[in-house]
Design a protein around this ligand. Structure first.
Ligand code: ADP
Ligand code: GLC
Length: 529
């Protein structure tokens, strides 16, 4: 793979495990750069130097330099510091600026986050120039980095980094960075002309950062093929479906993987007992016991434990869970919920726990350690999402031999094949319509198999634990995509060079003809004298 060795890729995004993570974006920003590094690429990850990054990581960073950068229309300049560390062959450059990154966890509210990520996007490109590390590809993630492709082709077009191709990945189209045109004009410092349709503008008064990024990026990707199709429809397009249909020739879906070293039940030190596809029959149970004990659930090997690990937002299908909760509890089932988010879900899940002590645990918090034990100790994991660009919890669950129960949408549809009794095939239980009775049927099917046909259940567990949910295939797909973008950019540059040469030749020819004509006229004039 000699060609890969030369490929330099800058990842630009707002979160990255283990420094800062609120959801799957953090996992991808950690795992994909590592997978690309294994393929021989040189990868740098650019992140904000948030105050909330734990000190144990901050203490490992080194100061690499700083400069002042203009940004807003009032002519102010802003400090850009670069703090750097290297972990497993990946270089992490954190952008330091206390005015923007001293608040939030890491997000604050859209009003403050918009200036924060305008600054971050512009500073990321300025940092690459400053470091004189010029990537072939800048791979930007979600709305927070969506201005990178815009700045790349405007402010930085004639600088070294301007030679790079940009890829913009949609992890979640729900969040777009929408605000008043005036607010964004002020903070981006970009020229007025860009704020007309069809770039930033979404209404007479509002502008949309994601929309502009999608228009400028050389390639648009999202995290599953199904979601790539879905977002081109009004039902899932979050008002950008027409824009995405217009740009669809540059849009494709590449399904996420998980880091199978980080998520490995054979070596996971956070488990009560590690296990593998060969040993889960004897050993997985120790994790169920530990989970029941830790969460004050009745100790009982024979109960079926249903887990749910999620941001608590309406995206995750929690209204369906609320609607069927009473029917879930049949004397043989326990439920464990780990999540934090929307207060109305936090309250309803707390209430379920209060009404069903020893049977339900609602752990309203963000807790990586407990997440590992739930993936290992539960029998099945619920992911009944309203929409799901990819979803990682079902992938981790499969790797840990915990059977996913999912709605067939986005990446859930692409990664979980429904169980087929007659063929003894599939990875989990699925339903299609966003309806509570669909979820209940799927859970009841899972219970029936679990309680009446454990042999086939265990076959599915083994199948899932052996399924390839790693990044290896998808990392190669990204490499192909990068190469395609670079080849196109090269072809276009050659075309432009040919065109320029043709025009220069034409101009030279015209000049020669003019000179000839002038000479003839002079000759004629001389002869007539
Ligand atoms: P999303 O990015 O939409 O939140 P994903 O399924 O892609 O959904 O990724 C969620 C990631 O966040 C997974 O790694 C999951 O384990 C983790 N996670 C979600 N909620 C919690 C929580 N409360 N505590 C620990 N980890 C969580
Ligand atoms: C988003 C999506 C999730 C996806 C994750 C990583 O947060 O909601 O489905 O897995 O990003 O791509």
């Amino acid at each position: 793979m000699a060609e890969n060795k030369k490929t330099r890729i800058a990842f630009i995004g707002s979160e990255c495990y283990p420094f800062i993570k609120t959801g799957g974006l953090g996992d991808v920003m950690y795992a994909l750069p590592r997978a690309l590094t294994r393929e021989g690429c040189e990868v740098r990850v650019i992140l904000p130097y948030y105050r909330c990054i734990p000190d144990k990581f901050k203490n490992q960073t080194l100061y690499r330099g700083s400069f002042m950068m203009d940004l807003s229309r009032d002519g102010r300049t802003f400090y850009v510091g670069i703090m750097e560390m290297v972990m497993d062959g990946v270089i992490y450059d954190f952008i330091d600026n206390r005015e923007f990154f001293d608040w939030g966890n890491p997000y604050t509210g859209l009003w403050e986050d918009i200036p924060k990520y305008c600054f971050f996007s512009k500073a990321s490109l300025a940092v690459l120039n400053y470091l004189e590390w010029i990537p072939e590809i800048v791979h930007c993630h979600d709305w927070q980095a969506a201005l990178v492709p815009v700045y790349l082709r405007t402010h930085f077009a004639d600088t070294p980094v301007g030679r790079a191709c940009s890829v913009l990945t949609i992890h979640n189209l729900r969040f777009q960075g929408i605000c008043s045109i005036d607010h964004l004009k002020h903070w981006t410092g970009l020229p007025d002309g860009l704020f007309d349709y069809p770039l930033f503008k979404v209404s007479e008064s509002d502008a949309n950062m994601f929309k502009a990024g999608l228009a400028f990026a050389d390639r648009i990707t999202t995290v599953s093929s199904t979601y790539a199709q879905e977002i081109q429809t009004p039902a899932y397009g979050e008002w950008l479906d027409a824009h995405l249909r217009y740009h669809s020739y540059r849009l494709s879906g590449i399904v996420n993987g998980i880091d199978t070293d980080l998520w490995n039940p054979e070596t996971d030190t956070l488990l009560a007992e590690p296990y593998s596809a060969e040993t889960f029959l004897e050993k997985k149970i120790a994790n169920k016991r530990a989970l029941q004990q830790k969460l004050n659930l009745e100790p009982d090997d024979h109960k079926m434990v249903l887990g749910l690990i999620s941001r608590l937002t309406d995206q995750k299908g929690l209204d369906l869970v609320n609607a069927i909760f009473p029917q879930l509890l049949d004397g043989n089932t326990q439920v464990v919920i780990l999540g934090t988010g929307d207060p109305r879900y936090e309250a309803s899940f707390r209430q379920f726990e209060a009404d069903n002590k020893g049977v339900v645990c609602s752990y309203i918090s963000y807790n990586e350690t407990l997440a590992h034990l739930i993936y290992a100790g539960a029998d099945a994991l619920l992911v009944p999402s309203l929409f799901e660009p990819c979803g990682l919890t079902q992938l981790i669950a499969m790797r840990y031999g915990t059977v996913p129960i999912v709605r067939e949408t986005g990446g859930l549809k692409d990664t979980v094949q429904p169980y087929r009794a007659e063929e003894n095939s599939g990875n989990g239980f699925t339903f299609t319509e966003y309806r509570a009775d669909g979820l209940l049927d799927a859970i009841n099917d899972a219970k029936t198999l679990y309680f009446t046909d454990r042999w086939h259940w265990d076959e599915m567990v083994r199948r899932n634990m052996q399924k390839d949910v790693s990044w290896s295939k998808s990392a190669l797909q990204y490499l192909d995509l990068y190469r395609g973008a670079l080849a196109q950019a090269r072809a276009e540059a050659e075309e432009r060079a040919k065109e320029a040469a043709r025009k220069a030749a034409e101009a030279a020819e015209a000049a020669r003809e003019a000179a000839e004509r002038a000479a003839m006229t002079a000759d004629h004039a001389n002869r007539s004298v």
